[in-house]
Every structure is written in C-alpha cells, then in structure tokens.
Design a binder for this molecule. Structure first.
Ligand code: KG4
Ligand code: ZN
Length: 382
C-alpha cells in the first residue's frame, strides 16, 4: 500500500487541533490548542467563544503541526477534516479552512466523522506499537463530553462499518463529570479533577438512589441477528448528587468557599491545593459519584460485548482518560477473556491525529469530500 502523509484538522468543540499522520499508523506531529481557559469562567463550552478562538488559532496550529512534522503544505499528500458531529460554528472554521487549503493546493480532502476518529485513535496507536492483530468485530465505547455510544465495528473491504448498539438517552458520561464538578465548585472540565480527587475519598460511602436504565426496549441488527441495545442515562446521577448536597450543609459550605476562590481568581490548580479545600464528606461524594458512573459504563459495555459475542473492546474519547475506568475495564475484561485497548491519554481527548488516521482508508479508496462539504452538527456514524 502506498505511504501517504495526511494533514488532519479538528475543530468540533473546544480544541483547535492539527496533526500529520503517516499511512494511518504513525503520528508524525500532533498539536492541540485547548480553549479551557476561555470557557473556564462559564463552567462549560460557550459556542460563540469557541468559534472565535478556532478562528484565531487555526492558522498557527496548522503551521506548527507541519513544521513539527518537517512538512510543508506542498509535501503532504492529502488533507482531512472533521465534518461532525459537534458545534456547527466551530466545525465550520476547520472545514472552511481545509476546503480553501485543498482547493489552493490542488490536494484531495477527506471528510471524517469525529466519532470514527476516536475509534481510529486506538487503531492508530496499536499499529504504531506494531500490533496488527486486533480481532474483529470490535465493540467500541466512545465516551466523551458529547457522547456515550457503543459501536459494533467491522472491517469492510478497505473500509469500516459501524452499527450503533447503545447510546445515552440524555446526558453523556463526560457531561455528568462536568456538571457534577461545576455543582461542587470544582474546575472545568470536571473529568480530570474528579479523577484525581476521587482517589482520596471512599467510593462506597454514598449509595445513590439512581434510576439506571435496565430495561432493553430497543433492538438492533434486524432479522435473525436482532439483539438488544444497551442504552445509558446520566442525567439521573447528576440530580442524585444535587439532592445529596441539598441535605448535607457541611458540603454546601465547602462549595461556597470554592466558588468564592474561583470568583476572586484564586481557584486551586494543584491537587494538594484542591485537597486543602475539600473535606472528607465531599471527597467521599466525589469518589462515590465516579464509582457509580464507572460501574455503569463497565457493566453495560461488557454485557453488550457478551451479547454481541466480541473478543475485543476499544474504550475511547475524553472519559477514557479516567484512571478508575481504565483499571476497572482491564480487571473485568481480563476476567471475561476479552482484550481491551485504550488510546494513550494524549489521544483519548480531542485531537487531529485520530482524524488523519481515520482518513487514510478513505484516501486509499478515493472517497473524497464534495466541493459543497459543510458542517453536520448532528452527523451519525454508520
Ligand atoms: O473527547 P473529548 O476531549 O471532547 C468531546 O468530544 O466531548 O472529551 C471531553 C470530556 C469532558 O467531559 C471531560 O470532563 C472528560 O472528557 N474527561 C474526563 C477525564 N479527562 C477528560 N472524564 C473523566 N476522567 C478524566 N480523567
Ligand atoms: Zn471527542
């Protein structure tokens, strides 16, 4: 197969990213500019601010990715860009730039689904390690700030096919981490700080009366192959944490103190500083919340893996960076004889290397973007 250097561009949410990847198997450069500082005061991504920041960052980020790869606009073989899903205005910045660049350079442009990108982050890194032996079909859990989706992933000729066999009915798991962190006066995004603080609390301290989805009223596949779907729901756990806080004044005091620090620009940065402003009941609540989400994700994903008879699991997306999630998946998958793969921490959260990697099979197949390519905020993966 011919070698190809693909320049990937990603701008679907709050990271402006560009990367050069060789033939879907080697990261040559990977630049990610996070907008966390811009959105931090609002405790969530503000779409208008995201578009503005992408506009500012896109040219320097792409130039840096090329320079770090020792490449120029002329010496890459193709461009790849995220078509969706994501914030329409944010996506448009990357798409407009990539289209103009491809047109001016007379290079092919490949449009990539962001979720397919997260799945290919795992494949890219396994190939980079020399592992070409992944057994298909794979069950991929894409778990991020916007998604909690299970895809049965098959090789189909040079390309791939994806069957959605489960998704969240309301909030994504990452959204629950972000909302609970905001509620508790912690920093944005919530996942990383909850992950670090949860290690200092008792995960069994708080039992949540949380209505998880246990019934299976959706079926997928069709015909004789029809199987139940495995759906998720994380808005209930957020409300359960809120109810718990409302009945525990000592936790409310801590929240007010942390919010005060944030308002006066003295929000802690290091874990030790956070620990100094989080009491025992708060740490126990954080650890119990994380445990509830992790056990739900691990339990349902492994049940889906058994039902759909897969030998391989991929766990990818921002929440896949969670240390407890990784530990529990590794433990349970080993017990059940299923191989589980994660991307490195750097490629778990949004990046453009995954977009360039997912574009490679499409590049080989000549599946290029139409000239009228536009953002698709609600793009589904098939
Ligand atoms: O994939 P990503 O960078 O962007 C989306 O496509 O959404 O995921 C971001 C999400 C945020 O909700 C963030 O809180 C969560 O991933 N996240 C984590 C961790 N690191 C990031 N959640 C739990 N534990 C972490 N260590
Ligand atoms: Zn993502």
């Amino acid at each position: 197969m011919p070698d190809a250097f693909i320049l990937g561009i990603e701008s679907s949410c709050d990271e402006t990213a560009a990367a050069v990847v060789r033939s879907g198997e080697q990261v040559i450069s990977n630049v990610v500019l996070s907008q966390i500082a811009t959105h931090q005061p609002y405790g969530g991504v503000v779409p208008e601010l995201a578009s503005r920041e992408h506009l500012r960052a896109i040219v320097p980020v792409v130039r840096t990715a090329l320079a770090e790869a020792g490449k120029t606009y002329q010496t890459v073989d193709a461009l790849a860009v995220t078509r969706g899903p994501g914030l329409a205005g944010a996506l448009l910045v990357g798409i407009s730039f990539a289209k103009a660049l491809a047109f001016a350079l007379e290079k092919p442009l490949v449009a990539v689904n962001h979720l397919e990108g997260h799945i290919h982050a795992v494949l890219l890194e396994e190939r980079q390690k020399g592992n070409h032996e992944v057994a298909f079909p794979v069950l991929a859990l894409v778990v991020s700030g916007g998604h909690t989706h299970l895809y049965l992933t098959q090789l189909k000729g040079q390309g791939w096919s994806y069957l959605n066999v489960g998704h969240t009915r309301d909030d994504a798991a990452g959204e629950a981490f972000d909302k609970v962190a905001k509620l508790l006066g912690l920093s944005y995004p919530g996942g990383p700080i909850v992950d670090k603080l949860a290690r200092h609390g008792d995960p069994r301290a708080v039992k949540f009366p949380w209505a998880q989805i246990k019934h299976r009223d959706r079926r997928v596949g069709g015909g004789n192959l029809e199987k139940p779907a495995f759906d998720f729901s994380y808005s209930g756990i957020k409300t359960a944490v809120l109810r718990y806080v409302e009945t525990h004044p000592e936790i409310q005091q801590g929240i007010a103190a942390r919010q005060g620090l944030a308002k006066s620009g003295r929000q802690p940065r290091k874990v030790e500083e956070w620990l100094a402003v989080c009491d025992r009941p708060t740490l126990d609540l954080i650890a119990s919340f994380q445990r509830a989400v992790v056990e739900d994700l691990v339990g349902k994903t492994l049940a889906a893996a058994r039902e759909h008879d897969v030998a391989t699991l991929f766990v990818t997306g921002g929440v896949a960076a969670n240390s407890e999630l990784r530990r529990r998946f590794e433990q349970e998958a080993a017990r059940q004889g299923i191989a589980v793969f994660f991307p490195s921490l750097r490629l778990s959260t949004d990046n453009a290397a995954m977009i360039a990697a997912a574009a490679y099979p499409k590049f080989l197949a000549g599946e290029f973007a139409e000239p009228d390519l536009s953002a698709e905020a609600g793009l589904v993966l098939r």
